[in-house]
Design a protein around this ligand. Structure first.
Ligand code: FDA
Length: 307
C-alpha cells in the first residue's frame, strides 16, 4: 500500500493541470504546514523560535530541477547569504541543498564550482552544508561530488544523505565511512523501481536500522532522519547500550511533522534538528510530503473544500 500510494501520488503530481491548481491554491491547501516561510527573513524568525525551544534547524532554500544557469547561480548566492545571516544572528542552524537546484542536470562542472563556493563559505562560518539525496539517477553524481568536497573542505563542513530503500545504500555507507562522513540516513522519498529499491516498507525499515547502527558503531556522526517513533526508540536503546554519546548523533525531522516528538526528544537531552524549507518553489517538496502519508492527502482535500 505504502509504495503504491507514494508512486501514484508522485505520478499524479506530475500532471500539468494538477500542478497549476496546486500552485494557485497551495497556500490554502495546507502548504504552510510544511513550508516555514516564503522569505529568508521569515524562515530565520522561525529558526529563532525553534532554537528557543531547544531545536536546531537545517535551512532549505526550496528549488530543484533548475535548468537556467542564472537561476542556479542565484540559488548559490542565496545559500551563501543564508550561511552569513545564520552566523550574524548566532542561530543554531546549518544548511541543506539539492544539486539540481545548482544546475547539475545542465552543467555538472558549473554545479561543482557553485558547491565549492558554498563549501568554502560553510568552512569560513564554521558551519555545515548537507547535500540532500535526490532520485536514483543522481546518486552517483551526488556521492562523487560529496567525495571531492569532503576531501577539499573537510567532513566537518560538507556531508550528504543515504536512502535506506535503495539496495545499494549499505555499500555506499561503507564508502562514506572511509571519508569519516557525517551522513543523514533517510528512508527515501522518490518514485523508484523495485529493481533498485525495496518495494516493501518493512524491508526499508530493517535496512534503515542496520545502516544507522553500522554508521554509529563505526564512530561516525549520524543524522537519524525519521519520524518513526519505533525506530527512534531502537536507536536510543542501541546508543545507550553501546555507550555511544548523544553528541555523536542527532535526530532530524521535517518542519510541520511530529512536533510533539521533536520537543520530547529535545527535552530528553537529544540533539534534534528540524529541516526547515522556505521559498516559493515548494511544489515538488510538498507533493513528496503528501505522498508519504494518505492522511496528508485528506488534509489537503479538506483544505480545497473549505475554499
Ligand atoms: P515513515 O514513512 O515510516 O513514517 C513514520 C511516521 O512518521 C508515520 O506513521 C507518521 O506518523 C509520520 N510521518 C511520516 N511522514 C509524514 C508526513 N509526510 N506527514 C505527516 N506525518 C508523517 N528523502 C530523500 O529521499 N532525500 C533526502 O535528502 C531527504 N531528506 C530528509 C531530511 C529529513 C530531516 C527528514 C526527516 C526526511 C528526509 N527525507 C529525504 C524524507 C524521507 O526519505 C522520508 O520520506 C520521510 O522522512 C518519511 O519517512 P519516515 O522516516 O518519517 O518514516
Amino acid at each position: 500500500m505504502n509504495a503504491w500510494f507514494r508512486r501514484t501520488v508522485l505520478r499524479v503530481a506530475e500532471l500539468r493541470r494538477v500542478k497549476s491548481t496546486f500552485e494557485r491554491y497551495g497556500m490554502r491547501m495546507g502548504v504552510r504546514r510544511f513550508v516555514a516561510a516564503e522569505t529568508l527573513t521569515g524562515a530565520l524568525e522561525r529558526v529563532r523560535d525553534m532554537n528557543r525551544q531547544g531545536l536546531a534547524a537545517t535551512l532549505d532554500y526550496l528549488g530543484e530541477s533548475v535548468e537556467d544557469p542564472l537561476v542556479a547561480e542565484k540559488a548559490a548566492n542565496q545559500i551563501i547569504e543564508m550561511l552569513r545571516m545564520i552566523d550574524e544572528r548566532k542561530l543554531d542552524a546549518n544548511v541543506s541543498l539539492k544539486l539540481t537546484q545548482l544546475g547539475c542536470l545542465l552543467d555538472p562542472d558549473a554545479c561543482l564550482k557553485h558547491m565549492e563556493r558554498i563549501a568554502a563559505a560553510a568552512g569560513y562560518y564554521r558551519n555545515f552544508v548537507r547535500i540532500d539525496m535526490e532520485d536514483s539517477t543522481l546518486t552517483d553524481l551526488t556521492l562523487g561530488m560529496t567525495g571531492k568536497l569532503v576531501e577539499r573542505f573537510g567532513h566537518e563542513h560538507v556531508g550528504t544523505v543515504l536512502q535506506a530503500y535503495l539496495y545499494r545504500s549499505p555499500g555506499d555507507l561503507k564508502r562514506l565511512g572511509e571519508w569519516k562522513s557525517n551522513v543523514r540516513i533517510v528512508k527515501g522519498a522518490y518514485k523508484e523501481d523495485a529493481r533498485i529499491a525495496f518495494p516493501q516498507k518493512r524491508d526499508v525499515d530493517l535496512q534503515y536500522v542496520e545502516m544507522v547502527k553500522a554508521h554509529m558503531n563505526a564512530g561516525h556522526y549520524t543524522a537519524v532522519a525519521t519520524h518513526d517513533a519505533g525506530i527512534i526508540q531502537t536507536v536510543k536503546s542501541y546508543a545507550a547500550g553501546k555507550g555511544i554519546s548523544s553528541k555523536r548523533f542527532e535526530f532530524q525531522m521535517l518542519y510541520g511533522i511530529a512536533g510533539g516528538l521533536q520537543r520530547q526528544l529535545a527535552n530528553q537531552g537529544y540533539r534534534v534538528r528540524i529541516y526547515t524549507p522556505f521559498g516559493s518553489e515548494w511544489y515538488p517538496y510538498f507533493t513528496r510530503r503528501i505522498a508519504e502519508r494518505p492522511a496528508n492527502l485528506l488534509f489537503v482535500l479538506k483544505g480545497m473544500l473549505r475554499k
